[in-house]
Design a protein around this ligand. Structure first.
Ligand SMILES: [Zn+2]
Length: 140
């Protein structure tokens, strides 16, 4: 599997520059390097299990995380670190934050209106928006 620098960058962006198994930070320069900061492109579904070389099956992982994953599923390897899914891209996190802000504003705005009337709605919407936006978009 031959990858150009743009492929490698695209794969890193999928997880916002994190190892898809342990979620440790990765840098473009570490690609193909050994050691604790080195990382490689990994087949989420192992080739031994019929995984493809398609972009959607490729994720960045520390060399050590990839080795210890072996032929297990990504889900099984991530479980060791308390995760089930891959880290989200920057774009996905921003979209979730926007959605959380909107629903927080709607919920607390309504609640504020019920309790304190018009001004309560404005304050509730502001507080709900801030809380919703601050909520971590990265679940499991
Ligand atoms: Zn890792």
């Amino acid at each position: 599997m031959r990858l150009g620098v743009e492929d490698v960058r695209g794969i890193l962006r999928k997880t916002d520059y994190r190892c898809h198994i342990c979620r440790g930070r990765l840098r473009l320069e570490g690609y193909g390097e050994g050691g604790e900061h080195g990382w490689e492109v990994e087949h989420s579904k192992p080739r031994a299990r019929g995984g493809s070389d398609y972009f959607r099956n490729l994720f960045p992982a520390h060399e050590s995380c990839n080795r210890s994953k072996g032929t297990r599923t990504s889900r099984a390897a991530r479980r060791e670190y308390g995760y089930s899914g891959a880290p989200l891209s920057k774009e996905k996190k921003a979209a979730i934050r926007r959605r959380n802000a909107l629903s927080g504003a709607a919920v607390l705005g309504l609640l504020g209106r019920v309790i304190w009337g018009g001004p309560g709605m404005v304050i509730g919407a502001l507080v709900g928006g801030i809380l919703g936006h601050g909520e971590s978009p990265e679940g499991q």
